[in-house]
Structures are given as structure tokens and as C-alpha cells.
Design a protein around this ligand. Structure first.
Ligand SMILES: Nc1ncnc2c1ncn2[C@@H]1O[C@H](COP(=O)(O)OP(=O)(O)O)[C@@H](O)[C@H]1O
Ligand SMILES: [Mg+2]
Length: 220
């Protein structure tokens, strides 16, 4: 069973007089232990697709299944709980809180768990992304690649089934971007999670188990 499944998913945006069909009957699947890289030109619907998988938005038509469960009609509370427990997110601009240390940023999504060992898990995750010596650094004391590694560690703190990354290398030079994707690929295998990563850098598709190309809201 696929951990991510989109069936006939349509997303339309109504903005005033104009309707934009960002996704046109998209079918998509991803499996545990698989890293799917989604490419395609700007405006082709990549972020829209990722946001639907991540329950940050709802489709106009079609079905979203996570781990075989139909989550399309989940209400806001169910979506929030699903995001917290099953989904990790990594964004182009890192989204780290500037006043918190690396370790505190990693711990943050687990704050409303009464799990006493979350600091240990944060330290462990930062070690696994090569940042054992940066635990108490704040984001402004870290390089771009290090910031993205902190964000990757943070995305894994609640032991998600799925990691979603929207242009995770967009603010990094190509070599650093390659290292970051390499890191994601390693963690994916170790944690047996599904990764969906967007990039428009065609060099980075080498890290993918599978490449999906979106053009004009259609999977090619
Ligand atoms: N919130 C929104 N409201 C209206 N149009 C949107 C919105 N989000 C995205 N779009 C439009 O949907 C299309 C796909 O956008 P997006 O998924 O962000 O593409 P990509 O990530 O591939 O660059 C674009 O034409 C974009 O302008
Ligand atoms: Mg985008």
C-alpha cells in the first residue's frame, strides 16, 4: 500500500474573474523508503501538489490518501493532528525561529508531547545531520546548508511517515544542495519514510529513486 496516494486530484484557484487550474486530474503515489523528486517549470503546480499531500490545502476534486486512509474530508483538527504526527516539512527558506538554538528549533514541533526524551532525540537527530557541535548555535550563526540540516532534523522529531520538501535546495549553492539532498536520502533509508522533494534544479534529480515531472498541472 502506498503511503501517499493522489487520485484524480484537481485544484482550482478562484481569484476574482479568473480561475486557475493548478492541478488537472493528477494521479501520484509514493512508497515508504522512496524518494520522489518532483520537477517542472515555475507555476506548473509543484507546490500546490505538495501542499495537498501535506494537508495544508484541500483539493477541488479527487482523493488524497495517506497510509491508505482517505484524508480528503478531514476537518481542521484532524488535519492538524495528521500533520503533527505523520508529516515532516522542509521549506526553501528554512523557517527556523531566530531566537531559538538549533536544538530548541528541532524540539519545537514536539513541545506539546509530554515525551521527556525529546531533547535526547533532538540531539541525536542533529548528530545524524552532522551538527553535534552546533547544538546551541542560533540560526544566524549557521551557514545555509547547516540551517537546512537543522530544518531536516526538526522535520523528523515526531517520527513522521512522510517528509515533504519544497525547493529545499533553492537557497543553497549546488554543491551544498547536493549534500543536503544526500542527507535526506540517507535519513529516508534509515527511517523508512517516503520523501517528496520539489526542485527545479535538474542536476539534483540524481538523488531521486523516481522523478515526476509536472507541466501545466499535468504529470508527464
Ligand atoms: N493561493 C493561490 N491563489 C491563486 N493562484 C495560485 C495560488 N497558489 C498558486 N496559484 C497558481 O497556481 C499555479 C501553480 O502554482 P504553484 O503550485 O505554486 O507552482 P510551482 O510550485 O510549480 O511553481 C500558478 O499559476 C500559480 O500562480
Ligand atoms: Mg513552488
Amino acid at each position: 500500500m502506498s503511503v501517499i496516494q493522489l487520485e484524480d486530484v484537481v485544484k482550482r484557484y478562484d481569484s476574482g474573474a479568473e480561475t486557475i487550474e493548478a492541478l488537472k486530474a493528477v494521479d501520484f503515489r509514493a512508497e515508504r523508503g522512496e524518494m520522489v523528486v518532483v520537477t517542472g517549470p515555475s507555476g506548473s503546480g509543484k507546490s500546490t501538489m505538495l501542499n495537498l499531500i501535506g494537508l495544508l490545502d484541500t483539493p477541488t476534486a479527487g482523493t488524497v490518501r495517506l497510509d491508505g486512509r482517505n484524508v480528503t474530508d478531514f476537518d481542521e483538527d484532524e488535519r492538524t493532528e495528521e500533520r503533527r504526527s505523520q508529516l515532516g516539512f522542509v521549506f526553501q527558506d528554512f523557517h527556523l525561529l531566530p531566537m531559538l538554538t538549533a536544538a530548541e528549533n528541532v524540539e519545537l514541533p514536539s513541545m506539546w508531547d509530554t515525551d521527556v526524551d525529546r531533547r535526547d532525540r533532538a540531539v541525536d537527530l542533529l548528530g545524524r545531520v552532522g551538527l553535534s557541535d552546533r547544538l546551541t548555535h542560533t540560526p544566524d550563526e549557521l551557514s545555509g546548508g547547516q540551517k537546512q540540516r537543522v530544518a531536516i532534523a526538526r522535520s523528523l522529531i515526531n517520527e513522521p511517515d512522510i517528509l515533504l520538501a519544497d525547493e529545499p535546495t533553492g537557497n543553497l549553492d549546488q554543491e551544498t544542495g547536493g549534500t543536503v539532498l544526500d542527507e535526506i536520502a540517507r535519513l529516508k533509508a534509515a527511517e523508512n519514510i517516503a520523501v517528496v522533494a520539489i526542485t527545479h534544479d535538474e542536476q539534483l534529480v540524481q538523488y531521486a529513486d523516481r522523478v515526476v515531472r509536472l507541466v501545466d498541472g499535468v504529470v508527464q
